[in-house]
Design a protein. Structure first.
Length: 320
């Protein structure tokens, strides 16, 4: 693998680390299967690209992308909480609607950003762009991961985590599970929209089909990262999610760039499916020497049965 391919895969892996953070919040924390990320990822790219082409500052354009994508996550929560639609179906409806909205935002299926100023442009003068771009993206991703860790370790984050584990218990304590759902879906899709905005600015284009398979990539990063770096602490889990995204992209780049497997760019979905399957299978494989049944064998000790003393009923004069 060449240096250009390595740093390119590292940059894309860091960008999709934001997607993995959003997927982790919905799937792992809230236990909400949110498929709307396939629509909010290109929405973040569409809003940022359209705003930059309109002469808006790239940082402001990125913030607009985050807000609009978070609003789409709020719509998914509204369909579930207020309208009573099944969470999976609600996210699919939002994803379908986002496709048409993205075309409306851009006015056409794609926008090119060649020659336009982005949030990475001022930093490219500090050094070689091949190395500086992954560094700046990495700083933004680490800052986002730190914010997620602080959120989940707070009292509010504890209530959000409890909602994903047992919503009835949270409601019995007088807390609003609906509010936690609104907030979690909004911030999750906000991170995904942030990733889409960075993707458009680093690749100099925004396309309405760029979000196809985003949920699969996010799940692959979460599963792969938690398999390689297991841990119960929040910061370890968040770090594992980001590392899983980077390793996933590096593995895909290595598999497609090396000729030993005979893979082509069209085999990307096949490589993704194989990596996710391996990440799911490996933790379930029995260690050598472990019994298949998983039953514990008690030690051959002799048990002595002692006769219990007969219980005597108290007399009428004794207190019960």
């Amino acid at each position: 693998m060449s240096a250009f391919a390595f740093f390119g895969a590292l940059e894309i892996g860091l960008i999709y680390g934001l997607v993995a953070l959003g997927v982790y919040l919905t799937f792992r924390v809230l236990d909400f299967p949110d498929l709307s990320v396939d629509g909010t990822f290109p929405m973040g790219a569409a809003v940022a690209a359209t705003a930059i082409m309109g002469g808006i500052n790239p940082w402001v354009a990125t913030g607009m992308a985050i807000v609009v994508s978070a609003a789409m996550g709020w719509v998914t929560a509204f369909l579930t909480v207020r309208c009573g639609i099944l969470n999976l179906l609600a996210s699919i409806l939002t994803m379908i609607a986002a496709f048409s909205i993205n075309i409306r935002i851009m006015g056409r299926p794609n926008i090119a950003l060649l020659g336009q100023e982005t949030i990475l442009t001022p930093f490219e003068s500090w050094g070689e762009a091949l190395y500086m771009r992954p560094l700046i993206v990495g700083v933004l991703v680490l800052l986002s991961a730190w914010l997620v860790v602080r959120l989940l370790n707070s009292d509010f984050g504890l209530g959000m985590r409890a909602t994903g584990v047992n919503a009835r218990m949270v409601a019995a304590q007088g807390a609003s599970t609906g509010f936690y759902t609104y907030f979690c879906l909004a911030i999750s899709n906000g991170f995904v929209g942030f990733a889409g905005a960075l993707f458009a600015q680093t690749n100099s284009f925004a396309d309405v089909t760029s979000g196809v398979g985003t949920i699969v990539v996010g799940l692959a990063a979460v599963i792969l990262g938690q398999t390689i770096i297991p841990g119960k602490k929040i910061w370890v889990t968040i770090l594992a999610v980001v590392v899983g995204s980077i390793l996933y992209r590096l593995a895909v780049a290595f598999a497609l760039s090396s000729g030993m497997f005979g893979l082509e760019a069209s085999d990307l979905n096949l490589v993704t499916a194989v990596l996710v399957a391996l990440a799911l299978i490996l933790p379930k494989m029995k260690r050598p020497g472990q019994r298949a049944t998983g039953m514990k064998v008690s030690s051959p000790t002799t048990h002595v049965n002692h006769p219990s003393k007969p219980q005597t009923k108290p007399s009428s004069g004794e207190p019960l």
